[in-house]
Design a protein around this ligand. Structure first.
Ligand code: GLN
Length: 542
């Protein structure tokens, strides 16, 4: 039977609850337990797919095509189990499911209520996501005291009651702010937030106290007394310069011991040597490179979490420090590409919408003409294709219908828009690979031998997608004749998966229609990012 650890948050959001939960999971995994993780999001949106990246940061995509909270990305980077649709759900999904049941008459005429119907549904969803694991770490989004997250907390309490003794544990993450004027750490917000939890009947076994500094023992003792948590359970989590230090920080203070005791288990001791090694590699690079990441400035920080992590992982596995500098593509539009000269490599990440796109096209051209290593991801592949079509294949008006719906040369378009030579419209239907409007989730494609892609991946590539537009096959032959190589295509619909320039023309120029960053982990890195960083290192030396 699965045992549960619920991780709740108090005082304020954005304290790194996801990373703390994932770090605990990593420790438990290193103790030989089969661990999975779930994220419960209290908002009404059915999934974060439609939410603005400014509000919600990156949308993480799983193998099975779920658009999920970015915390699932942390989970996959910290533990080895893969996340699926069922590992993340929202209030919106719970209500949708309950209302559907109600319409089908499944509640037999009863009044449908938050307790027990919504809370039961939440518990069912938790069990569904936890199935097969020895330990499920369940992170409850939001902050204790919010109206939105109350049903989730209530469901967690009920689930722990039903699971019985030693089958559920609660860990609460709070803030212990340092007030400079008083020269003191303040424990009051933490006391209040634990009181709030106790009001709902949840008694945490451990408190993770976030602060900018380590919390001295006398303050920990005070928190212990007021919050009614044994002193070893009051754990200090100070700001770390890398998230990969957190497992060791929590382990050193015995969080896993407290949780295992609460769950009545005593597995083999933790072995975090892998984490120690990668923190060492991060902190002791032998070389250094700087990558220019070209995008819409505002998008560039929180919305590319997985991407910046993937580049960091590549640094770990090439003993190099990978600096990322953000370049606003609208600035390139206005001022040209001079600002790109200083970079060892150029990356154009995924993105949506017309704004700034001409700047990205210019960046792709700059990288191609100056033989600077280039990695184009999703939109970054599409702009490289448009650039090549315009400047090398005589398709001067090439564009994507996303940016110019009237373009006479739609080299990138929705499949529905592709015209056959005889004018017949090819339709993307629900029986095809692509289902609805977005191509989502993992797909496996063969790779053309003797290409850069084959060097990186071998014979096949399985990566995750999240996009609407595709390279238009009606133009690809002409573009290929002009020298660009399509090195991988999807099996059923023959869609362009990877494109590249031959090695005798350019040292490293590759565009991929998928998002490789979702599958990079600190322990293994990712072959494409490692190859890209190696190309940048070679560029620097040349
Ligand atoms: N906007 C492009 C599309 O929808 C690219 C999407 C992306 O980069 N994720 O196809």
């Amino acid at each position: 039977m699965t045992k549960f650890v619920f991780v709740t948050g108090g005082v304020v959001s954005s304290l790194g609850k996801g990373i703390a939960a994932a770090s605990l999971a990593a420790i438990l995994e290193s103790r030989g337990l089969k661990v999975t993780m779930l994220k419960l999001d209290p908002y009404i949106n059915v999934d974060p797919g439609t939410m603005s990246p400014f509000q919600h940061g990156e949308v993480f995509v799983t193998d099975d095509g779920a658009e999920t909270d970015l915390d699932l990305g942390h989970y996959e980077r910290f533990i080895s189990s893969k996340m699926k649709k069922v590992n993340n759900f929202t209030t919106g999904q719970i209500y949708e499911s309950v209302i559907r049941k109600e319409r089908r008459g499944e509640y037999l005429g009863k009044t449908v209520q938050v307790i027990p119907h919504i809370t039961n549904e939440i518990q069912e969803f938790i069990h569904r996501g936890a199935a097969g694991a020895e330990i499920a770490i369940v992170e409850i989004g939001g902050t204790v005291g919010d109206i939105e997250s109350l049903p989730f907390l209530e469901a967690a309490r009920q689930l722990s009651l039903r699971a019985g003794r030693n089958n559920a544990s609660f860990v609460h993450l709070t803030l212990v702010p340092y007030v400079a004027a008083a020269g003191e750490l303040k424990t009051k917000p933490t006391q209040h937030s634990v009181q709030k939890l106790r009001e709902i009947g949840i008694f945490p076994d451990a408190l993770l106290c976030r602060s900018d500094r380590a919390i001295p023992d006398d303050e920990r003792a005070k928190i212990s007394l007021f919050a009614n948590i044994r002193e070893e359970g009051v754990i200090s989590v100070w700001d770390a310069d890398t998230i990969y230090k957190i497992p060791q920080m929590l382990r050193a203070q015995g969080l896993d011991t407290i949780v295992c005791e609460a769950l009545g288990i005593n597995p083999k001791p933790a072995d975090l040597s892998m984490w120690d090694k990668l923190v060492y590699a991060l902190e002791n690079p032998k070389e250094e490179i700087t990558i220019g990441m070209v995008g819409k400035y505002v998008d560039l920080t929180e919305s590319y979490k997985s991407l910046t992590e993937a580049l960091r992982h590549a640094g770990i596995h090439t003993e190099s420090r990978v600096n990322i500098e953000y370049v606003d593509s609208e600035e390139i539009e206005a001022q040209g590409t001079d600002s790109l000269k200083k970079f060892d490599a150029i990356l154009v990440p995924g993105g949506f919408g017309k704004r700034g796109v001409e700047g990205k096209i210019k960046a792709a051209r700059f990288a191609r003409e100056n033989k600077v290593p280039y990695l184009g991801i999703c939109l970054g592949m599409q702009v490289a294709l448009i650039e090549y079509a315009r400047n090398m294949a005589g398709l001067g008006q090439a564009n994507s219908t996303e940016f110019d719906p009237e373009t006479p040369q739609p080299v990138v378009a929705l499949i529905d828009e592709w015209q056959n030579a005889d004018g017949k419209v090819e339709k993307r239907d629900e029986n095809s690979d692509l289902g609805g409007t977005m191509r989502l989730g993992a797909q496996t494609c063969a790779i053309k031998p003797n290409t850069l892609a084959a060097e990186i991946y071998g014979n096949v590539v399985t990566e995750r997608h999240r996009h609407r537009y595709e390279a238009n096959n009606h133009y690809l032959t002409r573009i290929e004749q002009a020298g660009l190589v399509v090195s991988s295509r999807t099996a059923t619909e023959d869609l362009c998966e990877i494109m590249e320039l031959p090695r005798d023309v350019h040292p490293f120029y590759i565009g991929v229609q998928y998002h490789p960053e979702f599958k990079s982990t600190p322990r293994d890195g990712h072959p494409l990012f490692i190859a890209f960083v190696k190309a940048a290192l070679a560029q620097k030396q040349s």
